[in-house]
Ligand binder design. Structure first.
Ligand code: ADP
Ligand code: MG
Length: 322
């Protein structure tokens, strides 16, 4: 069983950022409104995700860590919240198989259970106390699969990937407060009060967020709303242009270009804006032609959505005489 979990883990868990993603998505699924992520050594030493979600009942704790035998059905729809059978039930078992894992959880804020695993083996289960919610502590990732460590890049790179994941999840969920602390330092801290501009402040800082312009451009099929920097606040690459589709972070080349196009000739050569574009549309109009790892998503009518974005930005800039 352990071996098959490690094989499964190879597909899901390739680096600390994958653990952060799986754990934080579980917190979101559990209707948490606050998610605190604490890491050490870019997650290799420690990843702890603490939430105030609905918790796991004592009986379900062990079930949650059981590997599911169904083979993974790779399904691109996963990106759009139509939760797949694919990873269902596999993440926790996979993470437990390559780390020392502890879960402390309570469904009622009175009684709690604490369970410790080492490489998938339950080593201790006891009753405890805590407020409603779940804390999952993952220590010494890959301690029993040292070969896997070879594929882990520098701590700097791994940390950036974690920040990236948390940024994206936070942008897609302005109603949840996310806080990421690395070695005692706050890297991300969003308000969770359902305000996109304040969420952006928690990610890029107050100064950048407060100088951004807001725009809206919708039609009966698409609702576009977003924030973008003035042409004098730019970055040297496109990675500060974020697209959120129906609450999910996506990558899309054409829509990213549409943001840039909205500036016309106002950007300096090889400079790119900071922008967060929130797109809402009928989920059935989303093409599920997706690259699973790259999150590159195709949309029917991309050209039209791109026009709504670039026109909206252009209009807002000219309103401001910029
Ligand atoms: P999946 O999320 O696909 O169901 P996981 O292995 O990630 O599989 O999680 C297994 C189960 O453990 C979840 O279905 C959920 O019931 C429970 N669970 C995991 N994390 C949490 C959490 N933070 N809060 C509440 N329940 C959780
Ligand atoms: Mg999960």
């Amino acid at each position: 069983v352990e071996l098959s979990n490690q094989i499964a883990a190879g597909e899901v868990i390739e680096r600390p950022a994958s653990v952060v993603k799986e754990l934080v998505e579980n917190s979101i699924d559990a209707q948490a409104t606050q998610v605190l992520i604490t890491i050490q050594q870019a997650g290799l030493k420690l990843i702890e995700v603490n939430d105030n979600g609905k918790g796991i009942s004592s009986d379900d704790v062990e079930v949650a860590f059981l590997p599911h035998t169904t083979s993974k059905i790779a399904n691109d729809r996963d990106l759009f919240n139509i939760r797949t059978l694919g990873f269902r039930g596999e993440a926790l078992a996979s993470i437990a198989s390559i780390s020392k894992l502890m879960v402390l959880t309570s469904t009622d804020g009175k009684s709690a259970v604490r369970a410790k695993y080492s490489g998938n083996e339950l080593v201790k289960k006891e009753t405890f106390a805590r407020s409603k919610g779940t804390t999952i502590t993952v220590e010494d990732m890959f301690f029993n699969t040292p070969a896997r460590l070879k594929y882990v890049k520098s701590l700097h790179t791994e940390l950036n990937k974690i920040v990236d994941i948390v940024d994206r999840l936070a942008m897609g969920h302005p109603d949840i407060s996310f806080r990421l602390i690395n070695e005692g330092k706050d890297l991300v801290w969003t308000s969770g009060n359902d305000n996109l501009q304040q969420t952006i402040a928690g990610i890029y800082g107050r100064t950048i967020a407060s100088h951004m312009l807001e725009f809206e451009n919708s039609d009966p099929d698409y609702e576009i709303h977003g924030f973008f920097s003035k042409p004098d606040t730019t970055r040297s690459n496109r990675s500060y242009i974020s697209l959120i589709l129906n609450g999910r972070y996506i990558r899309n080349f054409q829509l990213t270009n549409a943001v840039i196009r909205g500036y016309g000739s106002k950007l300096m050569v090889a400079r790119f804006p900071v922008a967060v574009i929130d797109i809402k549309m009928d989920p059935s109009l989303v093409d599920i032609n997706v690259h699973p790892t790259k999150q590159e998503v195709r949309l029917s009518n991309e050209g039209h959505i791109g026009d709504l974005i670039s026109d909206g930005i252009k209009q807002r800039l000219s309103d401001q005489n910029l």
